[in-house]
Design a protein around this ligand. Structure first.
Ligand code: NAP
Length: 248
């Protein structure tokens, strides 16, 4: 029983800390589209679940895609408009080499090293932002997660009281730092916070906004629908410098 009380107290304390240190969205600053045909896209994390969806859907939309990957064999897609660049996001020179000539960056960076402190997301994003500023690449669209900043609690009770405090505390601190770096940067940015990801089909129907999610139930969305929403943010100013959640 004492352990249960301790877990509840710890989960609440962690939630308060994540909410206080995390990014807060206010209202969306502009609406409409940029009018800029952002057709040259650099996709970070392109071999991942969301990343492969991003590459496929970006090519379907007619974009010229550069996929930044650690291991090219993890991306079994070939297309005349697809260039694959091998590199590690923690290597600044590799990131800078991939950044030249891009119009926008979409990041679906993630990893599975949950149980010890890492800075892969924040340090990788620091490199991305630095290279973007040097090469005047205007826009970053970055996938993070519901449960950060002013969306704390919106992944539902199971995540708030078990998954985040027990399995993902280091990961969520790194994501918090990642969001802080993006928000402090000079680039145009949209942070997209999805609910729990599935490999389900693309429904083309999902909720998005600054108040989506549930404080009780686990909200979900497919990686395919997240990719659709991420790609929409490349030329849409509705959520410029804001952190919308997205879920079914
Ligand atoms: N799972 C969920 O329910 C959930 C919910 C909300 C948000 N999210 C977040 O959504 C994002 C995408 O999740 P996902 O499950 O679709 O992604 P994922 O399958 O975990 O893919 C992550 C991608 O990041 C790449 N990566 C990792 N470290 C790298 C490095 N040092 N340099 C270059 N690339 C690196 C991976 O490359 P390799 O293939 O080489 O490993 C992979 O392509 C993540 O940030 C995740 O935390 C997940």
């Amino acid at each position: 029983m004492k352990l249960l009380y301790f877990l509840i107290f710890y989960a609440i304390a962690l939630s308060v800390a994540l909410a206080r240190s995390g990014r807060r969205s206010h209202t969306a600053s502009l609406s409409g589209t940029t009018g800029r045909p952002s057709t040259r896209l650099l996709i970070i994390g392109a071999t991942g679940g969301t990343g492969r969806q991003l590459v496929t859907q970006a090519l379907e939309r007619g974009h010229a895609v550069t996929a930044f990957v650690r291991n090219p064999s993890g991306l079994p897609i070939r297309h005349p408009q697809l260039q694959i660049i091998q590199g590690n996001v923690l290597n600044y020179d590799a990131v800078e080499a991939a950044m030249q000539g891009q119009d926008a960056v979409v990041s679906a960076l993630g990893h599975k090293r949950f149980f010890y402190p890492t800075r892969i997301l924040s340090e990788g994003t620091r490199n991305i932002l630095r290279a973007m500023e040097i090469h005047s690449v205007p826009r970053l669209v970055c996938e993070t997660s519901l449960g950060l900043g002013d969306s704390v609690g919106r992944l539902g009770l199971y995540f708030t009281f078990f998954i985040i405090p027990v399995i993902l505390p280091f990961y969520f601190w790194d994501k918090t730092r990642q969001e802080q770096l993006i928000a402090a940067s000079k680039v145009e940015w949209v942070i997209v916070r999805p609910g729990m990801l599935t490999n389900g089909r693309k429904r083309n129907a999902y909720r998005h906004g600054l108040k989506v999610g549930s404080f009780i139930l686990t909200v979900r969305i497919s990686r395919a629908d997240v990719a659709d929403f991420l790609l929409n943010q490349i030329a849409d100013n509705t959520y410029l410098r804001a952190s919308p959640g997205v879920c079914w």
